[in-house]
Design a protein around this ligand. Sequence first.
Ligand SMILES: C[S@@+](CC[C@H](N)C(=O)[O-])C[C@H]1O[C@@H](n2cnc3c(N)ncnc32)[C@H](O)[C@@H]1O
Length: 255
Amino acid sequence: MIASSLKPTSRRFDPASTSGDDPSVAQVVRRALDSASAAVEGTRAGRGGKRRPTAVLDAGCGRVSALTGYRAQIGRFVGADIHPPPPGALPHLDEFATIDLCTDADAFPPATFDIILSSFTVEHFADPSRAFRHLRRWLRPGGRLVISTVNRRHPFVRAYLATPERWRRPLQRLVKASAADAHPLVGACNDPVAIESALRAAGFTDVRVTTVSHLARAWGRRRVTRVLGLVGDMIARQTPSRRSTIIAEAAAPAS
Ligand SMILES: C[S@@+](CC[C@H](N)C(=O)[O-])C[C@H]1O[C@@H](n2cnc3c(N)ncnc32)[C@H](O)[C@@H]1O
């Protein structure tokens, strides 16, 4: 049994004073991907032998991917999503697979990818723990996972999740670019502590979790939702464990 003093709580994400540094999700994800690329390169250099091309997976790829910025370094760029894209919508990919990340354990052979990105998908997963186990298995030893997802500890996210189902869809459409972008929010594993523990339980090591204020940017298409987003970001700014967006980095054990 874990002693209560050692129990993980969200409070440890709240330092006594915050630096005032407020990077965007894009910046934090880019830093995480830079560090993932460097780590994967380091692992490969350490192993010597014949170099394989870098293989990456955007898990729940939608239409846009932060991995596109790394295209020149990627040998095999795979996207996977529960919904197939319209023809020609994903020119940056080499391959696309229609899969449910929570159930399709054998969508890819074990140890297929060096880096997996899952950007704003975990909040939609019916079974995130299972999906994490799949992602972990699909990573090569020493491979890296980068996740961004929403934080249900943010008061607005919590309020949304407490809203009756019939009002949720119209509310979600208000802040999303298109109906295709608005997937039902489940939020089964969506706080910093839950994400960290689920990743460790799935066999990941070197798990690092951080949070970012992202509502004003995410809801910036309309003035009214942008203002609401700014208010939401201000509410949580000094309490990192409640900021709207979680970014997690994790590694598959090296052997
Ligand atoms: C909010 S969109 C994010 C898309 C893209 N990753 C991005 O950052 O713009 C969520 C994506 O996750 C996909 N998705 C949701 N649940 C999924 C599942 N169980 N398996 C695979 N994809 C899923 C959706 O179809 C959608 O494309």
